[in-house]
Design a protein around this ligand. Structure first.
Ligand SMILES: [Fe+2]
Length: 181
């Protein structure tokens, strides 16, 4: 095994690539579940804390017969807020990128501009930011994600499915990368 990357061999990199893949497959779903719990302490001025909001978003997606990838996108769409609120959509989109369709990736990345229809006007910003994306293949899914599942999901009294109940979907989606590493 090398001590400086300049000395690396094909054998070294065979081992390293395999170990990275094993680590990613075994750890990624657990990291997602653990990270989701941190959202419970983020109220951010809403009636429902961010974990409840994400659980309600995913519960509505499930009730709408969403696919595993769509449910996981709904569940985690605001998870990036634990790192950066202004850039949370792009952060979570990149976390999901290896595991979901391009349409879901782009919908999560830009979901805040779709959501902006409901509040950007109160912040002095245009409310039609989603219109720049009309015609994109992912536009309809982004509207469904935001208008049907995300925007209505701020009810602290809604009976949400538990975080643990979403573990099977999270495990399935995060165990099978769509693209190579
Ligand atoms: Fe949201």
């Amino acid at each position: 095994m090398f001590t400086a990357m300049q000395q690396g061999t094909a054998e070294d990199w065979g081992i390293i690539a395999r170990e990275h893949m094993l680590h990613q497959r075994s750890v990624a779903p657990l990291q997602i579940m653990d990270s989701m719990r941190r959202l419970a302490s983020m109220q951010l001025g809403f009636g429902a804390d961010q974990l409840t909001h994400c659980l309600m978003t995913a519960t509505l997606a499930r009730a709408d017969n969403a696919t595993d990838e769509e449910v996981v996108a709904a569940l985690t769409h605001d998870l990036g807020k634990i790192m950066s609120i202004p850039n949370h959509g792009a952060i979570q989109a990149e976390v999901l990128k290896q595991y979901v369709s391009d349409d879901i990736y782009f919908a999560v990345k830009w979901h805040q501009h779709f959501q902006g229809a409901y509040y950007y006007g109160y912040l002095g910003k245009p409310t039609d930011m989603r219109e720049q994306f009309r015609g994109e293949s992912w536009f309809d899914f982004a509207e469904k994600l935001v208008d049907k599942w995300d925007a209505p999901a701020f009810d602290p009294d809604f009976k949400v499915d538990s975080l643990e109940s979403f573990e099977p979907e999270v495990m399935r989606v995060f165990s099978v990368p769509r693209r190579g590493f």
